[in-house]
Every structure is written in structure tokens, then in C-alpha cells.
Ligand binder design. Structure first.
Ligand code: KG4
Ligand code: ZN
Length: 354
């Protein structure tokens, strides 16, 4: 069986082809075209600009994905690729971007007379762990952290989810992107902050202390907008010379990364204990963060040594269509040729019916 998946929920255009034989996955192609350069100058994603880029990118990326998968021969113009299923992200995400992917997927499915599977982007981030591994001990606590989401999810079994808590304002990735912007760093901010933090020296000359919002509250919710404001206040209280100094920038990045990861780690461990989880699963762009991955690993080893710990390969943490294909494989019973049923839902929640 071969699934072609399309992902356009935010600013990455992704198309992948996944082959499944005897329940084993083989990645035939996985193309991600990043729009980072385009959005860099604005310090964030502009939905209409992102939509225009998706529209431009989808056809050439499809061709490349099929060529890479060896489902098309370079010079054969009449050849039809042999596929079984088309998957497309329907939400959550930026609505104009989601519709671009959906319209493209529906056209393709009609042309090829193939069924479509609508995919939830948050579930896809979780199932990025199943590309090359097979977490199978449930319940699992999933921490999904991206530019648009910060959620703790109880996964009772494959396909059964309950949101335990989420951010009440900014997502963790959004906070990192905004802090980076304050400090004059590039978009996306997460990787830039991580790089600067790694260079920060031990002395911590500026003694920056940021809040750890909601860390001791008994719920599983988060709040990151106050953290960004605290960075802004500290930044504004410094002289222009200090603001521009690399020591200050590196120290601020270090403390921001510590604050975000402290909260994420504490709440994840609390949820894992409270729900007697057998597994902890990470997903989403921010979980590419080495500090988060490593510190959580150490804490699990120390406090919950029996728990299995999964995080996607770093390249599969950020948006890609391969995870969309994997999610579609597990959601095959939702396949349909009733195209009108495939609708974008910018606020789609995990577990909500599609
Ligand atoms: O999952 P994703 O690619 O897109 C959304 O669904 O939002 O996540 C993008 C977010 C951005 O906020 C970016 O700054 C953050 O993930 N990010 C990171 C790292 N790589 C990407 N944050 C921290 N450390 C990283 N290495
Ligand atoms: Zn995402």
C-alpha cells in the first residue's frame, strides 16, 4: 500500500510518499519546502503570504516527491503514479493554508480516483514517533509543543486522546519566536535561542531571573505570554550597550530556554505520575530542542525509570508530510470519496471527529 500525504498547515509545504508492507513503513519520499526565508523579515508567519507560497510550491513538490519515490520516470509525461490513498492535513492550522492543501489533495484524488483521509495535525505530530519506532505501552502522556500549540494529551490507546491541559495564551514556540525577535535574532526563534543559549558562559553576569509561569499550579495548563513580557521588561531596563552585547543576549537566551523547559518538564512529569503513564511521547517543532529532550530524559531516568520515553527524530519534529502519512495509515477507516466532507478546521482539537 502507498500513501501520498500533503501538509500545508503553517509555513512548510510538505509532500511525502509512504509505503506500507506487512505493517512495516518504508519512506519513499519526504519533501519539505520551508518558507523561512520569506517570513524571516516579518519575524513570524503571514497567512496570506504562506498560502501564496503553498499554491506555488505544491505542483513542483508533488512531481519531485513522485520522482524521488520512483513512482514516475523523469521523461514519461503520460505515466500515472500507482498510489492507494491520499492524506491531507485538515487542522488545526492557518485556515487559508489548510484550504490550499485540501483543494490540491481533492483535485488530485478526483483525477486519480483515490480515497482521501483527513488528518489532524496534532495527532500527526504525535505519530511522528511511529515512523521508525513502535511505542505500544499505554496510557501515554504526549507533550505536543509547536509554534501554534502547547498541549498535554492523555493517549489511552492508539487513536484515543484526551486533552489534559494546554496553553492559555501563547504557545511555547510562539514565545521563543517573540523573544528572539526582541533580541534581534532570526525567525524561527527556537533554534536561534538554542544556539545562543549553548554559547552562554557559566558566570551569568547579568543575573537574569525569568518567571516559570504556572509551574506549581495543580492543573496541566501553561501560560507563556508573561514570560515574553518579562523578557521585554528586562531588555528595556538595560542600557543600549548591554542590549547589544553578546553576553547579555546569550544569557537571556539561556534563561528563556531554561524557563520554558523547566515548566514543560515539570508538568509532563506530573501528568505522567498522576495518570500512571507507561510512556511519555514528545511531538512538535519545540521538541527538536536538545535541552528539552536531554533534560527530560535525565528526569525520567531519575524519577520514573520504568516509563518508556519517545521523541521523534529531530527532522520529524517540525512540520512534515511523512507524519501525516503515518497518521492516515492509522486512520484508514475514515477514508472517503465524498470530497465535500473534507473541510479545513483551523481550531480542530485532537480526538474531535473529522
Ligand atoms: O511544529 P512546527 O514546525 O510548526 C507548528 O505546527 O507550529 O513548530 C514550529 C516551532 C517554532 O516556534 C520554532 O521556533 C520551534 O518550533 N522550534 C524550536 C526548535 N526548532 C523549531 N524550538 C526550540 N528548539 C528548537 N531546536
Ligand atoms: Zn506543526
Amino acid at each position: 500500500m502507498k500513501i501520498l500525504a500533503i501538509e500545508t498547515s503553517c509555513d512548510d509545504t510538505g509532500i511525502a510518499v509512504l509505503k506500507i508492507k506487512n505493517s512495516k513503513f518504508e519512506v519513499l519520499s519526504n519533501i519539505v519546502s520551508s518558507q523561512v526565508k520569506l517570513h524571516k523579515k516579518y519575524g513570524g508567519v503571514y497567512p496570506l503570504l504562506a498560502r501564496r507560497e503553498h499554491e506555488r510550491n505544491l505542483a513542483p513538490i508533488l512531481k519531485k516527491a513522485l520522482l524521488d519515490a520512483k513512482l514516475l520516470k523523469p521523461k514519461n509525461k503520460t505515466q500515472k503514479a500507482k498510489l492507494d490513498l491520499i492524506a491531507v492535513t485538515v487542522g488545526p492550522g492557518l485556515e487559508p493554508c489548510l484550504w490550499t492543501g485540501i483543494n490540491f489533495a481533492v483535485d488530485l484524488a478526483k483525477k486519480m480516483d483515490l480515497p482521501l483521509v483527513p488528518v489532524n495535525h496534532i495527532e500527526a505530530h504525535i505519530l511522528a514517533n511511529f515512523i521508525d519506532k513502535n511505542p505500544k505501552s499505554f496510557p501515554a502522556i504526549c507533550l505536543v509543543v509547536s509554534g501554534g500549540h502547547t498541549q498535554l494529551i492523555l493517549m489511552k490507546r492508539m487513536g484515543e486522546y484526551k486533552i489534559l491541559g494546554e496553553t492559555r495564551d501563547d504557545a511555547a514556540g510562539e514565545c521563543l519566536d517573540k523573544v528572539a525577535r526582541i533580541l534581534g535574532l532570526d525567525y524561527p526563534g527556537g533554534p536561534e535561542i538554542a544556539k545562543e543559549a549553548a554559547k552562554s558562559n557559566q558566570k551569568k553576569k547579568y543575573r537574569i531571573k525569568l518567571p516559570r509561569p504556572m509551574i506549581y499550579q495543580k492543573n496541566y495548563d501553561f501560560s507563556f505570554s508573561g514570560l515574553k513580557t518579562a523578557v521585554l521588561y528586562d531588555f528595556k531596563s538595560r542600557s543600549p550597550k548591554i542590549r547589544k552585547s553578546k553576553n547579555y543576549r546569550q544569557e537571556m537566551c539561556f534563561e528563556t530556554q531554561q524557563a520554558v523547559t523547566d515548566v514543560l518538564i515539570r508538568k509532563t512529569l506530573k501528568a505522567a505520575k498522576d495518570f500512571k503513564a507507561k510512556t511519555i511521547i514528545l511531538g512538535g517543532g519545540v521538541t527538536a530542542n536538545q535541552e528539552l529532550r536531554e533534560r527530560l530524559k535525565e528526569r525520567i531516568k531519575k524519577d520514573l525509570p520504568k516509563i518508556a520515553y519517545y521523541r521523534p527524530e529531530q527532522k520529524y519534529c517540525t512540520d512534515n508530510a511523512l507524519m501525516t502519512a503515518v497518521a492516515a495509515y492509522y486512520r484508514q477507516k475514515e477514508k472517503t470519496k465524498n470530497w465535500k466532507k473534507i473541510m479545513a478546521n483551523a481550531n480542530l482539537a485532537i480526538g474531535e471527529s473529522l
